[in-house]
Ligand binder design. Sequence first.
Ligand code: NAD
Length: 498
Amino acid sequence: MTTTLSGKHYLAGQWHAAGATFASTNPARLSETIGAFPRGTKADADAAVAAARAAFPAWRRTSRIHRAELFDNLAQIVKRETDALARLMARECGKVVTECRAEVVEGLHMIQYVFGTGRMPMGDVLALEIAEKDTFMRRKPWGVAAVITPWNFPFAVPLWMLGPSLVEGNTAVFKPSEDTPAIGQRLIELFIEAGFPPGVINLVHGEAEAGEALVRNPGVNCVLFTGSYEVGKRIAEISASMHDRIVASEAGSKSAVIVAEDAKLDLAVTCGLISAFKTSGQRCVSGSRVIVHEKLIDAYAEKLVALTKRLRIGDPLDANNFMGPLINQAALEKVERYNQIAKDEGATILLLGERLTDAAHADGCYLSPTIYRIKYGPKVRCIREEVFGPHLALIPFKDNEEASRIYNDTEYGLSLAIITENYRTMRYFRDECEYGMGYVNLPCIGAEVHLPFGGVKKSSNGHPSAAALVEAVTHKTAWTVNHAEEAKMAQGLTTEIK
Ligand code: NAD
């Protein structure tokens, strides 16, 4: 029997709960409530930003190495809590517990990376024209970061943003997704146990109202957002009136696997299946298109459908299951809508996704995978728009030029996988396709924290996440010291006064 959690905001080192609440439910068992959480208001958001602003000067002056050492404390705690965190995550967001465990480990890796940066360079030493001058590029924190995150990576994605922000000397307000507040709150409890001082990290629960109030607060220097393109665009529009506001926005995609004429078929099938259906297709990098050479597509479709039919769909707490439910009823209905759009657009359905309504699944948002074959066309919506569920299009192509054209013909550009044995083919797609993360003979999912995580077009506004986020959460300063007795200038400029 699990107890129902009682959620609270965390402001300036104190837990607070007041006003209206919202419930977090288990998508695998809608009758099970995980907890009740306060619905954050503008007043809560403003109080959190004020707390972060007040804590900033002392935190900025704290030794960088001491700040980093708190992340070492956090790493030890996360190791202790890994299995419990994975189980809570599985209950709250419906990802299978093995995937949740991998996400906790990814979060741990981010924490370990951040700890490591404490004793690494925080800038560069540069040469100057005048030998007696020393000069440095030194990074400084901006101030307060608002961290607004999605439900599908409720532990690792917040850490991708909180890690670099805090170690560099910023303070933060974290607003987790309204679908995963319990795991968000648990993360803050771990930060507190690790010894982060009051005000350095603050938590506001809630929905769009709380998120938007943070964005509208001019006391926030950086908005670090991951979620849908539509919300990221709104955040950028609101922030445009604040000329020195940094917005790092990571959004969705229509990622794809390209199976070249010379691909090894079994490898290509595995990569397509993992890209499309891991996390029930609910990753930003999920490959909802497999673009297959026309000579291979019949054999490819047959093998892929046969393998997909074998996938076990069920309780996320059972490590033998491959897929859990979708996050909520609205997500399920959206995928069904796109299944219908595909049919209306002329798709040949190879496997039709269905709601699972037997006793083991009836209380959850379970939907089995859909696979269809469809010809490319510039107006076909189902191969251009993000669906975010187990919905996969197989699209034939004749030559590599056509494959790259099909790949690029969406408004997104996040992840790409090429299956080929030919280095010229690999290089062609590497250079011609629009993406942020590219893979060869792999699925198009599988990030690691020390690599930049971002994309182009609607997928990102150019500030990759995880380790690369240091560029967004700091500003670079030039610091020059003269060791001569008199001031000497570059470019032949003189200080002589006639
Ligand atoms: P979402 O955009 O609905 O919500 C994300 C966050 O924004 C939530 O915390 C939400 O409360 C908040 N929010 C909503 N309206 C807001 C507003 N007006 N102002 C400020 N904040 C607001 O996204 P979601 O459904 O939680 O996640 C799914 C989306 O996230 C998909 O599009 C997926 O591709 C994307 N995603 C991207 C990445 C990446 O790194 N590129 C990673 C994971 C998920």
